[in-house]
Write a protein that binds this ligand. Structure first.
Ligand code: ACO
Length: 329
């Protein structure tokens, strides 16, 4: 069974309820039909019932087991608006602002998750990453002990000897444009957990740079070295090392040369990038040049799971992301 099939199987056992705020978006509606038919999760689509059903009809999708909610008419609308107001009043939000925002399905979805009425949320087929993340970060927030959410990809490269038989976790490729050393260290911990929980391998985390173990001197290198130190101190169980160049992290012969004492060099299966430009460019290059499959971004460190889709996503991408979200719940 391939990785995504096994994630789907594990997700079924969770019996999670996932809210999809983009309820009139075609791929989302098609995915909702597949998810409910295969029993991957219970699905809630947000939108006007008639509009959602019209999209379903046009696409020949059976939504008989899918719940459809129009935020403004929902019995808990006032309760959710109050929850948002309470959460954000210190930031200057009025009850009127909160009511207006609660009509926005991305906010409504996040409030459903916050209130325990859904186990997780998936959106992004028609909204930007920033617009999906903002309500999630403001309402659901981070899990206990974590200050910074990050976004990982499971990269699957066929016939590759790198990572774990061609499977490697890349992060952060989606959230923090310029992470601090502390944020990088948290990212290392969360990415290792993603590797263990979703893929099932023992993580060996490389903190990436353009330098290996002091071979170059620069403040950017120092940040990665500091992040490595923080990760080692804060998460003593974690197998992590840095700073390492990508070849030193992945290729045994280079790792032995550039970092002979390292437990990670030459055998890394989790790659932590020093900033979002490197991470985002890195995963897209591997996806295109190596014909890799990029599963994600998987948001790590939220108090409850929320995942973002690419606006270019396929129906399968939506199904797979819902399965991952269900499994994270
Ligand atoms: N972890 C936890 N909380 C966070 C994080 C984080 N990484 N980043 C921001 N927040 C919190 C802030 O503390 C703030 O909380 P508060 O309002 O309660 O104080 C709230 O989220 C909003 O943060 P801001 O920085 O004020 O808002 P911003 O609009 O800048 O949103 C966001 C943050 C959306 C994550 C932004 O950094 C962003 O757009 N990142 C890049 C996303 C992106 O474009 N990725 C690339 C495309 S994805 C892809 O290709 C796969």
């Amino acid at each position: 069974m391939n990785l995504i099939e096994s994630i789907k199987e594990k997700a079924k056992a969770k019996n999670a309820t996932i809210v999809l705020p983009e309820g009139t978006e075609e791929r989302t509606v098609q995915a909702a039909g597949i998810i409910s038919k295969e029993g991957i999760a219970n699905v809630i689509l947000l939108g006007k019932e008639e509009e959602v059903k019209n999209v379903a009809k046009t696409n020949n999708v059976d939504l008989s087991n899918v719940q459809i909610i129009f935020p403004e008419n929902h019995a808990k609308f006032e309760e959710y608006a109050n929850t948002l107001f309470e959460l954000r009043k210190a930031k200057g939000m009025t009850l009127e602002d909160a009511k207006k925002l609660t009509k926005n399905s991305l906010y409504f979805g996040a409030l459903m998750v916050k209130s325990g009425d859904a186990s997780g949320m998936v959106a992004g087929a028609e909204n930007t990453t920033g617009n999906v993340l903002r309500p999630a970060l403001q309402i659901i927030k981070t899990e206990k002990g974590i200050s910074s959410v990050s976004g990982a990809f499971i990269m699957i490269v066929p016939n590759s000897e790198y990572g774990e038989e061609g499977i490697t976790i890349f992060a952060d490729c989606a959230v923090n444009p310029v992470p601090t050393a502390e944020q990088m260290a948290e990212n290392a911990f969360l990415s290792a957990r993603t590797a263990k929980d979703l893929v099932g391998f023992e993580p060996k985390v490389a903190m990436l740079s353009f330098s290996s173990k002091g071979s170059a001197k620069h403040e950017l290198v120092e940040k990665v070295a500091n992040a490595t130190q923080i990760a080692k101190e804060r998460y003593p169980e974690l197998i992590v090392d840095g700073e390492l160049q990508a070849d030193a992290a992945l290729v045994p012969s280079v790792g032995t040369k550039k970092a002979p004492d390292s437990k990670v060099a030459g055998r890394a299966n989790v790659l932590v990038f020093p900033d979002l430009q490197a991470g985002n460019i890195g995963y897209k290059l591997v996806e295109r040049f190596a014909k890799g499959e990029a599963i994600g971004p998987i948001l790590q460190g939220m108090a409850k799971p929320v995942n973002d889709l690419s606006r270019g996503c396929s129906v399968d991408d939506v199904v797979n992301t819902v399965a991952i979200t269900a499994l994270q719940s």
